[in-house]
Design a protein around this ligand. Structure first.
Ligand code: ADP
Length: 525
């Protein structure tokens, strides 16, 4: 307690313990001699408070400080001991009759708050440390997030550049969330909704749906990634091909949660592959065709040799007989045989010459009106003897028809078809019909002969093509007849086709030639 001169009039035991001094040494000393505020002078705020309470505090008033620092002298060569005190000042009357503001005593209560202050300081430092750690962590997290964003942007740019779309299928709802590029790849607008159902019932081209689903489901069942390629429909008639890779994500209980994957536009690669496949197929066909051609050529050479040798040896034999025989009866027989064989040779040479002329583009056909029914009737009459010789019935039903063309060549067409029918029919009948449809004359030669295997049918109009038959004995020919028929029919603007139900089921050859038009009739007139 201080009096008006700021001299200590009373100190209690606890205060002395704080100062580590005796009561005798403290009482009667001024405040400047007491270490009460010794350190306070170093604290301008504390000193200001002290002067305020000394001068301004009236009786009955109190004033408190927050804590301030007070260093006790060092014990032995050590550092001054740091303490924190908190002060409360009250002005009390100096006697029973009271006194004015300046005359009362100033009572100070001094609390040692060192422990609390140090604890709070430690706590504050800890808080600051935590705060700076948190800030560091935040900075690191921000940097990581920024790096991640940059990588994601780079990734997205790379995906877009490579036309790669990313997608995610929710296994429970069937909805697919995907990147814009994925929608572009599928031919969808950015705000279109995509689902598994839409993908498999609309977007994937029908012929790829079953395969794409099977690949996906088997891969999911085996917990491995899947890969499939398909065409999408949205760009029709343009082609768009996608390669799709995906993998399932499963929960801990094994249920499929989602499927993640990519779509890649592989149209350019696929087109190149398909073109390569097409070229390979063309090349393979060409090779097969050339092999067949070589084989047919071999066959042709041996056929020509044989076909020439038979009539030549017949002619040689009959000529020799004529020179040696004196029997006049042999004369007419030899003449007939020589004529027959010479004609056979000449027909063969004609076929060969015609073939050469057609191949070199030198054969031309004249364009004159031809009465087709009369022409067919003539050929039937010429070949009737041969049919009778084989015991094959020849019948016809001919409507009157006029076409425009080369009479000799049209006769050759009919002749070849009819002679083949007789040649390849051992028994039964041959029917020749002629009718008109709107713009064509239709000639049909039907026989009940050996027929043609379905696999051989597409080739019989090829040059040198001869199909092995079950007919007993060798059937002559050079494999040129039907090729000549086809070439000549086409030179007349017509078509020819063959039908057969197979071996032993007979054949039908149908020739269609354009009818003579009224314009052509008036031009000719
Ligand atoms: P070629 O008669 O000289 O063998 P073609 O070109 O006239 O040659 O006929 C080609 C092949 O077509 C014949 O070898 C034969 O196998 C088949 N062919 C033609 N016409 C008939 C037919 N009416 N019946 C059965 N096969 C036929």
């Amino acid at each position: 307690m201080l009096d008006a001169d700021r001299t200590a009039v009373y100190v209690n035991q606890a205060y002395c313990a704080l100062l580590e001094q005796s009561q005798e040494r403290a009482v009667g000393r001024t405040v400047l001699e007491l270490p009460l505020f010794g350190a306070l002078t170093a604290d301008p705020a504390g000193e200001a408070w002290f002067h305020r309470v000394c001068n301004g505090l009236t009786i009955g008033q109190t004033s408190s400080t927050s804590f301030f620092r007070f260093d006790l002298p060092a014990l032995e060569n050590g550092q001054p001991r740091r303490c924190f005190w908190k002060l409360k000042a009250s002005r009390i009357p100096s006697g029973p009759e009271g006194g004015d503001a300046a005359s009362g005593y100033l009572a100070f209560r001094v609390s040692n708050v060192t422990e609390r202050v140090e604890r709070e300081a430690i706590e504050e430092r800890e808080k600051a440390r935590l705060r700076s750690e948190a800030q560091l962590r935040q900075i690191a997290a921000d940097e990581t997030a920024a790096r991640l964003r940059a990588h994601q942007e780079q990734f997205a740019t790379a995906l877009a550049f490579a036309k790669v779309g990313a997608w995610e299928l929710d296994a429970r709802t069937g909805l697919i969330t995907c990147t814009e590029q994925c929608k572009l790849n599928l031919g969808l607008q950015p705000d279109d909704i995509l689902s598994e159902q839409r993908l498999f019932t609309e977007l994937i081209a029908p012929e790829f749906r079953a395969d794409a689903r099977a690949r996906m489901e088997s891969a999911l069942a085996e917990r491995r990634h899947f890969e499939t390629e398909y065409r999408v429909t949205s760009f029709y008639p343009a082609e768009r091909w996608l390669l799709v890779r995906g993998q399932g994500k499963f929960g801990e209980d094994g249920t499929l949660n989602e499927i993640l994957g990519f779509t890649i536009d592989i149209t350019a690669r696929k087109k190149a592959e398909l073109e390569q496949e097409r070229l390979t197929a063309v090349e393979r066909d060409a090779r097969q065709q050339s092999d067949r051609y070589a084989e047919a050529m071999d066959h042709f050479v041996s056929a020509v040799t044989h076909e020439l040798r038979s009539p030549l040896s017949a002619i040689t034999s009959w000529s020799e007989l004529l020179t040696r025989s004196t029997d006049p009866g042999h004369l007419s027989q030899a003449a007939a045989a020589l004529k027959r064989n010479a004609r056979q040779l000449s027909l063969m040479v004609d076929d060969l010459l015609d073939t050469g002329a057609i191949v070199s583009g030198k054969l031309s056909v004249s364009r004159n009106p031809v009465v087709l029914d009369v022409l067919v009737q003539d050929v039937l009459r010429d070949q009737d003897w041969e049919a009778q010789r084989k015991g094959v019935a020849l019948s016809s039903e001919l409507a009157s028809c006029r076409v425009i063309g080369d009479e000799a060549r049209i006769k050759q067409i009919v002749w070849n078809l009819l002679s083949n029918a007789i040649k390849f029919t051992q028994q039964g009948k041959i029917t020749v019909t002629l009718r008109n449809d709107i713009a064509h004359a239709i000639l049909e030669v039907r026989d009940t002969g050996c027929g043609i295997d379905a696999s051989a049918l597409p080739r019989i109009f090829d040059r040198f093509e001869q199909v092995r038959t079950d007919v007993a004995g060798r059937i002559g020919g050079l494999g040129l007849g039907l090729w000549l028929v086809k070439s000549l029919v086409e030179m007349h603007g017509g078509t020819v086709a063959a039908e057969s139900a197979g071996r032993g089921q007979g054949c039908l050859f149908r020739v269609s030639l354009p009818l003579l038009t009224s314009n052509e009739v008036s031009n000719i007139a």
